[in-house]
Design a protein around this ligand. Structure first.
Ligand SMILES: Nc1ncnc2c1ncn2[C@@H]1O[C@H](COP(=O)(O)OP(=O)(O)OP(=O)(O)O)[C@@H](O)[C@H]1O
Ligand SMILES: [Mg+2]
Length: 255
């Protein structure tokens, strides 16, 4: 009996969150449910609505915004759940080892993914403070981040650049390059920029997916920035016939 009484039982918080959203409990494991409960309790989200995307590293959900001050005036919130089991361990290490902000990363898969999540949250903060068009980060806990929803008032997610038809590609490209410059000035390089990680809302680019973004002090920062430039220019050249010199563009970003 004594042994039974001592056994750790799930907290009240845990039961409450299950009640709050029965759908979630069929999808997420207990650890994720526990981490998610904090988002409900803090009033950042009220309910998960539906999955928006299954990326390589994460599952992204649209949620109804809660009553917290952080999300006041917002109808929706994006919740990004990083996958622990299928996330690419070695890739993550490549973008953290050498970044002076992350000297202690941890050894387990869970620890690495948690650091990655914290890193995306911190990177989003830096980007927003620099004036970059990016989602406002609201909170993170465990391997989950809540951030600003980039989309329409009716909950429709803004399309990725790859699926958008731009009216004025020259101007749009200039705007992306300006965002890259702002980011560089705030000492960050995105390091996975492409038509997949840029959303188009009201003819403006919004940069997303900052988990891999590195400090400009990272040993591969130059290589990553060159690759970002190549990806963006390659896309505009192929899809819209807009040609720019990669060297000039690169120099302009770092000047
Ligand atoms: N803040 C946001 N607002 C609206 N939609 C978003 C937001 N963040 C992510 N999404 C949607 O979810 C998709 C996946 O997000 P993200 O790129 O951050 O995750 P990922 O798992 O790293 O993806 P991938 O590995 O495919 O690059 C995006 O392409 C976009 O459609
Ligand atoms: Mg992505």
């Amino acid at each position: 009996m004594a042994r039974l009484a001592k056994r750790k039982s799930p907290s009240r918080e845990f039961h409450t969150v299950r009640e709050q959203n029965k759908v979630d409990s069929g999808i997420f494991d207990d650890k994720t449910m526990m981490a998610l409960s904090k988002f409900y309790n803090k009033g950042v989200i009220e309910q998960l609505i539906f999955p928006v995307a299954r990326g390589k590293e994460a599952d992204v959900y649209l949620a109804k915004a809660g009553a917290s001050e952080e999300v006041s005036g917002k109808s929706y919130v994006i919740v990004k759940f990083f996958r622990i089991e299928t996330s690419s361990f070695f890739k993550m290490a490549d973008y953290m080892v050498g970044d002076p902000r992350f000297t202690k990363i941890g050894r387990s898969k869970l620890a690495i993914v948690k650091t990655w999540c914290k890193k995306e949250f911190g990177n989003l903060h830096i980007a927003k403070s620099a004036g970059v068009n990016a989602p406002m980060p609201y909170m993170f806990n465990g391997s989950i981040i809540a951030m600003e929803f980039i989309g329409a008032d009716d909950g429709t997610v803004s399309p990725q650049l790859k699926d958008a038809k731009l009216e004025n590609p020259e101007v749009f490209l200039d705007n992306i390059l300006y965002q890259m410059r702002l980011l560089y000035k705030s000492n960050l390089v995105h390091a996975d920029l492409s038509e997949f990680n840029i959303l188009v809302k009201e003819a403006q680019p919004y940069i997303i997916d900052f988990g891999q973004a590195v400090s400009i002090k990272h040993p591969n920062a130059i290589k990553f920035l060159e690759r970002d430039v190549t990806m963006v220019l390659g896309y505009f050249s192929k899809k819209y016939g807009v040609k720019r010199s990669p060297r000039e563009v690169y120099d302009n970003i770092i000047k």
